[in-house]
Ligand binder design. Structure first.
Ligand SMILES: CC(C)(COP(=O)(O)OP(=O)(O)OC[C@H]1O[C@@H](n2cnc3c(N)ncnc32)[C@H](O)[C@@H]1OP(=O)(O)O)[C@@H](O)C(=O)NCCC(=O)NCCS
Length: 177
């Protein structure tokens, strides 16, 4: 994006402390679970193992503004990643997760920049047909964010204990925006 202040880079082991810190932020916990008693996001993800295990079918990005980490994304190939979280999905998709960790960085347009860069990057591969995401059904703020970018709700889906409203962005919609 012209004039973007956000830099997306691959996450490294050095980012583990900041990812762990963001896991304790109430707004991050709220986007991961509807459980009001949860005290950490991502169910205590072991970030060191997660980052060390990155591959081309599942990896994390860190968003920086002025050299400071503000948020993270996960990009996966939902058909090929090893946990098969998405179940039986087709080929040539990317699934994306996004969260801004620093509370004072919310609502300033950085998420839009992060997602725009990540979607552009995904569609730079001509094989990719669509991006899918799984916000909690309760996360109506995020739905508005995704739908403004052109994502369309495609249906409720329960992942584990999480009731989600899956959204999808097809290449044609992104190209035509
Ligand atoms: C969703 C998120 C990435 C958007 O990035 P952002 O930089 O805050 O958003 P932008 O400034 O580009 O756009 C603003 C929109 O983001 C959404 N948004 C803002 N704060 C939010 C929050 N705390 N939680 C969820 N969505 C939020 C709203 O749709 C807002 O639009 P509005 O002005 O109509 O209310 C970011 O708010 C966030 O990380 N939220 C918490 C985690 C989360 O919900 N992640 C999505 C999981 S599916």
């Amino acid at each position: 994006m012209a004039g973007s202040r956000v830099i997306l880079r691959r996450a490294s082991i050095d980012d583990v402390p900041v990812l762990e810190r963001w896991d304790l932020e109430p707004h991050v916990i709220a986007c991961i679970t509807d459980d009001p008693t949860a005290t950490t996001a991502f169910d205590g993800t072991a970030w060191t193992e997660e980052i060390a295990g990155a591959s081309e079918v599942s990896y994390h990005l860190i968003a920086e503004v002025d050299g400071h980490p503000i948020g993270a994304m996960q990009i996966i190939d939902p058909q090929l990643e090893s946990t098969h979280y998405w179940g039986d999905v087709g080929p040539n998709l990317r699934a994306v997760d996004i969260w801004i960790g620093e509370p004072d960085m919310l609502g300033r347009g950085y998420g839009t920049e992060m997602m725009t860069q990540a979607v552009d990057d995904a569609f730079a591969d001509p094989a990719i047909v669509a991006i899918i995401i799984d916000p909690l059904a309760s996360n109506t703020d995020a739905h508005r964010f995704y739908q403004r970018l052109g994502f369309v709700p495609v249906g409720r889906q329960v992942f584990g204990e999480d009731d989600c409203l899956v959204h999808r962005l097809d290449r044609a919609s992104w190209t035509a925006r």
